[in-house]
Write a protein of this length. Structure first.
Length: 328
């Protein structure tokens, strides 16, 4: 089969490799579509230290089960499934036992610890794949990381009922999260450097859309920083009202400048981060997205143009979410 491989040096190589064989508790999935996530860019560029080299990136996978391992009973051949970032956890540690499997020290990740979906086929533990709603492949793919992480970030941001939410950066995850927040009654203010993204935010129903370093027109009850830019942390904290919460949604962030206690943290402001996701986050997000009619703005690329898609993502040329489509 054909696959894209990364070594953490900023390059992708399109190469022919054997079709993987599923282990006893795994399924073999033929890839139909795979979302392109900024985390993939961090893996390719080495911002995340390599866990496997070479590795096939991609963790927003929509595909069809072609083979099941000898111990797999919950999934069937021909079933359409999704594969997300979280690949496995130990199930035994303190965090797993208390429902915080995203913090498991032994957790592994698709497209980082094991080969992902920039390929014709991929394997995954059956217990960590998702049955999918009846939505088009290119719509489901971004939900499997951009949607899940955005949903967790929204919950971590603790938006009060009818509260004012600020979103910094407005790419794949943010524009999905914005739709959920608006459906839940939040007043949305978007701060991003990209003019097209600001236009999309207003189109989706944001009350305002300004440049990333701008102050929003009103104090914020909650904020989420999606952009991997540490310099936005004090900017967003300064925009919070008393008792406000800022959630950092990225897996990678550039260095955060020094904070002034009075200006950025006093008056019970909260600063929190988001680490991966639990399987229940994914299941809840897929149900919610279907019920609320969440629709991703998608730019599609043929699977053999994954390198082009990543270059476009790095240069902020992607409108909404990028998705690789097999056989196109």
């Amino acid at each position: 089969m054909w696959a894209w491989q990364a070594r953490g040096d900023g390059t992708l190589t399109h190469t022919e490799v054997p079709v993987p064989v599923p282990a006893d508790e795994e399924v073999l999935v033929r890839v139909l579509a795979c979302g392109v996530c900024r985390t993939d860019l961090h893996v390719v560029d080495g911002d995340l230290p390599p866990h496997r080299s070479p590795v096939v990136p991609g963790h927003e996978v929509v595909g069809v089960v072609e083979q099941v391992g000898t111990r797999v009973h919950a999934r069937t051949v021909g079933e359409r499934v999704g594969i997300a970032w979280l690949r496995s956890t130990c199930g035994e540690c303190t965090w797993c036992r208390r429902g915080a499997e995203n913090l498991c020290p032994a957790s592994t990740y698709t497209g980082w610890d094991a080969d992902g979906g920039y390929a014709d086929h991929v394997t995954a533990p059956a217990a960590y794949v998702y049955p999918l709603p009846d939505l088009p492949d290119v719509q489901v793919a971004p939900l499997l990381c951009a949607g899940i992480i955005g949903y967790r970030a929204l919950r971590r941001a603790a938006v009060p009922p009818g509260g004012r939410l600020g979103i910094y950066g407005f790419g794949a995850s943010a524009h999905i999260t914005a739709q959920i927040a608006l459906a839940q009654g939040a007043e949305l203010h978007v701060l991003t450097r990209d003019e097209d993204a600001r236009a999309l935010a207003l189109e989706l129903g944001a009350a305002s859309a300004g440049a990333a370093a701008d102050a929003p027109p009103v104090p914020l009850d909650s904020a989420i920083v999606f952009a991997p830019a540490g310099e936005l942390v004090p900017v967003a904290l300064s925009a919070l009202d008393r008792g406000g919460t800022l959630a950092l949604a990225g897996i990678h962030l550039t260095d955060v400048p020094s904070l002034n206690y009075q200006r950025h943290l006093f008056r019970e402001r909260t600063l929190t981060s988001v680490t991966a996701n639990t399987r229940s986050d994914g299941a809840e997000l897929l149900r919610l997205a279907t019920r609320l009619g969440i629709r991703a703005t998608v730019t599609t690329y043929p699977m053999d143009q994954a390198d082009v898609a990543l270059r476009d993502l790095a240069a902020d040329r992607v409108h909404g979410a990028a998705v690789l489509v097999a056989g196109s």
